[in-house]
Design a protein around this ligand. Structure first.
Ligand code: ASP
Length: 313
């Protein structure tokens, strides 16, 4: 058997534009992490993806900030950034956190300082279109008295206004296996639109939004990050596989965990997972407006396929 036959890439609905770059990275003999990073960079630069990178949605104060992470299943090394402002490729900064620092997660000013030190590409992340959507939402949902006082005032009073799938969502997830059989996972998001400033979702949280372990497989999650953070979903899926579950059984067990949560903001979650052979399973906890389609390249001649996730019963 050709040792490269095991290569694969899976990307969620937001990641379609990056699939070719990820596939090409693997075909050139790149590592799984190279493929994940290459794919996510395309999505981050694409302003038509309004939930990732440039063109993404701002927080309640109108500021765009990005979260991203990578994890190397061969070594368990990981890097992540949260609340990163002013840099185009959060995923590359996350990768360099992993490569260069004794740390896993940098946030806010520290992440921006590091991005500057490594020569990451600065960018104006707020587009006119994103600002127009923000302004319209604020006009429709936030009382004029509250708006007039911004950036002062009590934002906690309006924090729940953005709790619905159309605003509270959007991440790109990539999972890959390279020609050596090494598994990698990556995420990137501009986060929940009109979120409370400083809010981190699950995308930069290793074990919640993503996890990779060569011995068992990998997982990446989208939608309500508060839930996957509470349930440690990505790590749980990999642990269920460690305990002997198939990739689908592992995802369904994680769905049961998510459904057992009570209180807080509860909404849909889509779980993307592969086992160590690259067999995929994508499961949603329920119907979603967006997010059931995903992209899969299995390393062979079939090419990149668009597939449909299962909605858990
Ligand atoms: N999980 C992301 C977050 O909580 C949002 C999403 O993927 O829909 O920030």
């Amino acid at each position: 058997m050709n040792e490269r036959q095991g290569m694969m890439v899976l990307a969620n609905c937001e990641g379609g534009g990056g699939m070719k770059a990820a596939q090409a990275a693997l075909e050139r003999g790149g590592a799984g992490l190279d493929a994940v990073e290459a794919g996510i960079r395309v999505v981050e630069a694409d302003t038509s993806v309004v939930t990732v990178g440039r063109g993404g949605a701002p927080d309640l104060l109108g500021v765009v900030s990005c979260d991203a992470a990578v994890m190397d299943g061969a070594t368990g090394r990981a890097g992540a950034v949260g609340n990163l402002r002013g840099f185009l490729h959060a995923v590359s900064v996350a990768r360099q956190v992993m490569e260069r620092l004794p740390h896993v997660l940098l946030v806010s000013e520290g992440a921006e300082r590091f991005a500057g030190e490594i020569g990451a590409e600065p960018a104006e992340m707020l587009t006119d279109e994103a600002w127009a959507r923000y302004e319209q939402w604020m006009r429709e949902r936030v009382p004029v008295g509250v708006r007039a006082r911004l950036p002062e005032g009590d934002l906690a009073k309006i924090a729940w206004e953005s709790c619905n799938e159309m605003t509270a969502g959007g991440t790109t997830v990539f999972l890959s296996i390279d020609g050596n059989g090494d598994i990698a996972a990556g995420t990137s998001t501009s986060g929940w639109a009109q979120r409370y400033p400083g809010r981190l979702g699950d995308s930069p949280i290793i074990g919640a939004g993503l996890y990779a372990d060569n011995r068992y497989g990998a997982c990446g999650c989208t939608h309500v990050g508060e839930m996957t953070t509470r349930a440690c979903t990505a790590r749980s899926v990999v642990l269920y596989m460690k305990a002997g579950a198939s990739v689908r059984e592992a995802c369904l067990e994680a769905v049961r965990d998510l459904r057992s949560l009570k209180g807080g903001y509860l909404g849909p979650v889509v779980i993307h997972a592969i086992d160590r052979q690259g067999s995929p399973c994508v499961v949603s906890t329920g119907p979603v407006v967006k997010g059931l389609d995903y992209f899969y390249w299995g390393g062979g001649a079939v090419g990149i396929e668009m597939r449909r996730a299962e909605i858990a019963a």
